[in-house]
Every structure is written in structure tokens, then in C-alpha cells.
Design a protein around this ligand. Structure first.
Ligand SMILES: C[S@@+](CC[C@H](N)C(=O)[O-])C[C@H]1O[C@@H](n2cnc3c(N)ncnc32)[C@H](O)[C@@H]1O
Length: 403
């Protein structure tokens, strides 16, 4: 199936940049010793995220080793998560750059800038010509210094873009004093840290206040790690923020402002995206002994826009794929969520499909948005289709080399 948008892969220059900084830090160490230092730090970071959950400015933004471990190992994946979310806003949900003047972007909890820089990089690659001004905030002064350096030293990746970093603790901001006017605001893998320990009501209030910093046509992109608690909190607070603020509309991952249906049903599943990701050889080497998931990027995503998205009729066949696409003995199938927020199971009999059609269907990914045309047999939630062409892609982002 033809992609609706392509993403150039994580730039080789960034992998090289991070590794160069790392080697310069310990000129006396050989490669294996440096890799071991990074591995130990990644285990510490993973424990902090999954077990201790203690976040303060010294957590992992105060030491060079932490920032370098994150930059070498995690950055390609948050870069990818941000790329896919931005692709959805840009390619399917109607975000547009202003007709004239700069695109103004704010990144909250930017760290060393994986998501900030992904945004600059992809907007340029997708043909946005406006000057771009990025404001990037984090409470780690060291991290934002790295962001500035990467940006300055790789100008060809994001021409005509300006970065203004600030060291700020997001927990102690008076949002009423902040200047708005942003076309895009993002917060990637950061909310679960800066709002750790706060409840749903507080999170919705904060998201509402952040939303007030958007321009008339602005979009807020929130990404979180694919972990049940973080994703449920994200989807519930985003829905509440949109409900509390007439100006804000819940735009993705579902349709017509429908909140995450899995949340409503208190399902054991939770909404998140899964996209393939080909790790660089260096990431493979770091991962040796660690065995962490490096071939997929999994993330929760919520988009809030000031524009009211066009309403789709409830009976339209538009749906988001929310499960892996499964090949069983006689069938190919997946689960999706339709415009009305209901789950549907879509299935084909393999005997009716050519090898090529089977391949095309099996290449569909969780997070793709498709439209279903004809229905031969169906109950409310189980639909059997005849031909591969009975679904058509509406949002099918793919890596450029794989296109
Ligand atoms: C997992 S990192 C994500 C970094 C980056 N956004 C990305 O996509 O790779 C989380 C970031 O949130 C920042 N952070 C956590 N709590 C914060 C707070 N209270 N104020 C400002 N930044 C905070 C951390 O310093 C860290 O850089």
C-alpha cells in the first residue's frame, strides 16, 4: 500500500555527533569501556523510569554521562515518535504552517532536543519554507546546552531555524504570565515526569493552560512512553482539557473528539502507537547484553487543536488500527476503532487474496488510519472483507527508505 507520507530516517550526522561527544569525554577509554559506561547508565535510567520514579533536575540531566547515554541510545526513538506524531498532524489532521511569517514552536521538557530537532528536520523535509523559531524549555541546563550545540553544529539539517532555550522548572511556572502565539507545542516523553504524582484534574488544568498558548490554528502534540499508566493519564487528561475549554478540540488519536474508548471501558489495553524503527549499528552495540526493545518505537500520542476538525459521519468506514495485523491459518485480521469510538474487527479470508494483496495487508501497522468501503458479512463489531482494496489508506506514514 502506498504511503501517504514518508519520513527520512534519523540522520546519520546525529548518530555521529553524539558518538563524537562521547568519545571526546573519555579520550583515555577504549570503545568497549565507553559502551559499558553507557550500558550501565541506561540500566540506571530505565530503573528510574520504571521503578524509583524520582525526577528532579539532577535525575539524568545533570551529568554528562546521563545525557550522552540518552543521546546515543534513546534520542533516535523519541525523534521517531515525534516524527510520526507530527506526520499525523501534518498529513492527516490538518495542521498548516501560517501563510506568512515564522512557524513558532514550543517544546516543553525538551531535554537535549530529540523531539525539538525532529520537528525542525521534518518540517523542512516536508517542504515548509517559513522561518522556524523554536523555544525549548527544560529544567536541565546541561541538556539544553547540548540542544543548542547540536542545532548550531548541524545547520544543514534545519536551515533557517532559530533556537531559544530556557532553563525552567515546569512545575513552578505561572502559565498566565507566559507569552503564547505558538503554531505547535510539543511535550515528548516529559509529562509523566513533570506531572508525576499529580492527579487527573491537575493534569487537565495544565494541559488546558498550555493549550491557551496556541495560536488560532495551533496544535498541541503530546507524546508519552507506551506504558499503561502514562498513556491512560495522557488520554484522560487530554480529553478532560478539551472538554473544559471551548477553544480546544481533541483531534487524535481518534475522531470527532471521541476520547480514548479503551479508557472509558477500563480495558486492560491502552491506546498507543507501534512503529518499526531500524536501529543504527551503534544502538545495536550499546544494546548488546541489555536486550531492550530497539526495533520498534512505541508511544502514546494525543493531539489537541484549536481548529475544530471537520466531523466525519458516524457510519463512515474510517478507522484507526489499534492492534498488530495478524496472519492466522485462514485469515488476516486486525482490530480498529471507528469514528463512533467503537471497536471493530476486520478480517479477510486468505484464500480470496493474492500473495501480493496478503503482503500489502500484512504491511499495515498499528496507528495507520484507513477507510473501509464494502462490507460483505458483518455483525456490529466483526466485519469480513472480500478484497484488499476494500480498505484504502488515509494515513500511512512510512520510513523513506522502506517506501
Ligand atoms: C525522557 S526526557 C525527554 C526529552 C525529550 N523531550 C525527548 O523527546 O527526547 C524527559 C525530559 O523532561 C525534563 N523534565 C522533567 N521534569 C521537568 C520539569 N519539572 N521541568 C522541566 N523539565 C522537566 C527532563 O529534564 C528531561 O529532559
Amino acid at each position: 500500500m502506498k504511503p501517504t507520507i514518508t519520513l527520512p530516517p534519523y540522520p546519520e550526522e546525529l548518530t555521529d555527533w553524539w558518538w563524537k561527544q562521547t568519545v571526546q569525554q573519555w579520550p583515555e577509554h577504549g570503545q568497549e569501556k565507553i559502551l559499558n559506561l553507557l550500558r550501565e547508565e541506561i540500566v540506571r535510567q530505565s530503573d528510574r523510569f520504571n521503578k524509583t520514579r524520582d525526577f528532579d533536575p539532577s535525575s539524568y540531566g545533570a551529568r554528562d554521562l546521563s545525557i550522552l547515554a540518552y543521546g546515543n541510545f534513546y534520542s533516535p526513538r523519541t525523534f521517531a515518535a515525534c516524527g510520526f506524531s507530527l506526520a499525523e498532524a501534518f498529513n492527516y489532521r490538518g495542521w498548516r504552517a501560517p501563510g506568512k511569517g515564522p512557524v513558532r514552536i514550543l517544546d516543553l521538557g525538551c531535554g537535549s532536543g530529540a523531539s525539538s530537532l525532529a520537528t525542525l528536520f521534518y518540517l523542512r523535509r516536508w517542504g515548509i519554507k517559513n522561518p522556524i523559531q523554536l523555544d525549548a524549555w527544560d529544567y536541565s541546563g546541561k541538556s539544553v546546552a547540548f540542544l543548542r550545540n547540536i542545532h548550531r553544529e548541524n545547520p544543514h539539517l534545519w536551515r533557517n531555524t532559530q533556537v531559544n532555550t530556557e532553563r525552567k522548572d515546569l512545575r513552578h511556572q505561572n502559565e498566565n504570565l507566559l507569552k503564547g502565539g505558538y503554531d505547535l507545542i510539543l511535550s515528548s516523553y516529559a509529562i509523566n515526569e513533570w506531572l508525576e504524582g499529580t492527579d487527573h484534574v491537575h493534569r487537565a488544568t495544565i494541559i488546558g493552560k498550555i493549550g491557551s498558548l496556541l495560536k488560532e490554528n495551533g496544535y498541541l502534540l503530546l507524546m508519552e512512553p507506551a506504558e499503561g499508566k502514562a498513556c491512560r493519564a495522557l488520554h484522560s487528561a487530554s480529553a478532560q482539557a478539551a472538554e473544559n475549554n471551548d477553544r480546544l478540540h481533541l483531534t487524535a488519536p481518534y475522531f470527532n473528539g471521541v476520547p480514548c474508548p479503551l479508557l472509558m471501558k477500563e480495558s486492560k489495553y491502552f491506546s498507543h502507537e507501534v512503529r518499526p524503527c531500524t536501529p543504527h549499528n551503534l544502538v545495536e552495540q550499546i544494546n548488546h547484553h541489555l536486550n531492550l526493545e530497539i526495533r520498534e518505537v512505541k508511544f502514546g500520542m494525543s493531539v489537541i487543536a484549536c481548529n475544530q476538525p471537520g466531523r466525519l459521519p458516524d457510519n463512515s468506514g474510517v478507522l484507526r488500527i489499534i492492534s498488530p495485523v495478524r496472519k492466522r491459518k485462514g485469515t488476516i485480521s486486525f482490530w480498529g476503532i471507528g469514528v463512533d469510538g467503537k471497536e471493530v474487527h476486520i478480517e479477510w479470508q486468505r484464500r480470496n487474496l493474492s500473495k501480493e494483496d496478503q503482503k500489502a495487508l500484512l504491511s499495515l501497522q498499528r496507528g495507520d488510519i484507513v477507510e473501509r468501503f464494502s462490507t460483505t458479512e458483518s455483525t456490529d463489531s466483526r466485519i469480513r472483507l472480500e478484497k484488499a482494496e476494500d480498505i484504502q489508506p488515509l494515513f500511512l506514514p512510512r520510513w523513506e527508505s522502506a517506501a
